[in-house]
Design a protein around this ligand. Structure first.
Ligand code: 13P
Length: 287
């Protein structure tokens, strides 16, 4: 069922595990993630970036597809449909489209403006029964071919934003989106501990889940991370499996060019990646 992410993440904090947010790009992605969550009896968050929303022709299409799939596939585990790194306007669009959760990323605004906008969106989201994530300290990643190092958020600013009544908080601790460069310094557990101390039981969100070693993931969960976002890793496994299929010439054998066959190995690869992450995050059996 489609639910807000509040309860599943509060339970995760209490139970010392994390719920995965897996970003979706199309029908195959959504189907693979939902199937895996159901098979493993795990709660799940489907993340939709504004770019992916546009690609899928708009947030209304996404919300309709996800709701219909939950129904047709008889998905009984809790599923949240969440806007990833939303702009102010994007948040309003997703609230209207029927999402069950939003992220307002005001990290690029001066802190006062981030506070004002987040405060307003908390009120609107909660009035409509949605959960809301906010961000402090930008999360790095590749921009124009340059891979930036992740910033570390200021714990006092984290407290200011957490006190606005948000449901979960994304705070930079040296994490970045996409693949980690060879000279990456690792997560700053010192920053994470300081943020945890200021924000108490607030579920913390770790973006850039792709490529973070398992021991760092486990330590981050011990220190209060209750939601981990994974996007690139599913894209890499989908691409690798599709490449293998085509390079083996399978698209030329029989009706191997049929999209239902051509996209099947990639869809299976996404399922394997999601399973591996749910096992690592500890959310299996927690629905
Ligand atoms: P990755 O693409 O690095 O897994 O990051 C996903 C993410 O944080 C989405 O917000």
């Amino acid at each position: 069922m489609l639910v807000s992410a509040t309860e599943m993440l509060q339970k995760a904090v209490e139970g010392h595990y994390a719920v995965g947010q897996f970003n979706i790009n199309n029908l195959e992605w959504t189907k693979s993630i939902l199937q895996t969550a159901q098979e493993l009896n795990s709660p799940v968050i489907l993340g939709v970036s504004e770019g992916a929303g546009k690609y899928m022709t708009g947030f209304k299409t996404v919300a309709a597809m996800v709701s219909a799939m939950i129904d047709e596939m008889k998905i009984t585990v809790p599923v949240a449909l969440h806007l990833d790194h939303g702009t102010y306007d994007g948040c309003y669009k997703c609230i209207k489209a029927g999402f069950s959760s939003i992220m307002f990323d005001g990290s690029h605004y001066p802190i006062d403006e981030n506070v004002e906008k987040t405060k307003e969106l908390v009120k609107v989201a909660h009035a409509m029964g949605l959960s809301i994530e906010a961000e402090v300290g930008a999360i790095g990643g590749e921009e124009d071919g340059v891979v930036g190092m992740g910033e570390c958020a200021d714990p006092n600013e984290c407290k200011m934003i957490a006190d606005l009544g948000i449901d979960f908080l994304a705070a930079g601790i040296g994490n970045i989106h996409g693949k980690y460069p060879a000279n990456w310094q690792g997560l700053s557990f010192e920053t994470l501990a300081a943020i945890k101390e200021k924000t108490g039981d607030m579920p913390l969100v770790l973006h850039g889940g792709t490529g973070i070693p398992a021991d760092m993931i486990k330590k981050a969960i011990d220190l209060g991370v209750a939601k981990i976002n994974v996007n690139t890793e599913c894209q890499l496994s989908f691409a690798a499996a599709t490449r293998t299929y085509i390079e083996a010439g399978k698209d030329n054998q029989g009706k191997g060019y049929d999209p239902r066959k051509l996209l099947a190995p990639g869809a299976e690869a996404i399922k394997a990646t999601v399973k591996e992450k749910m096992e690592l995050f500890g959310s299996v059996g927690k629905a």
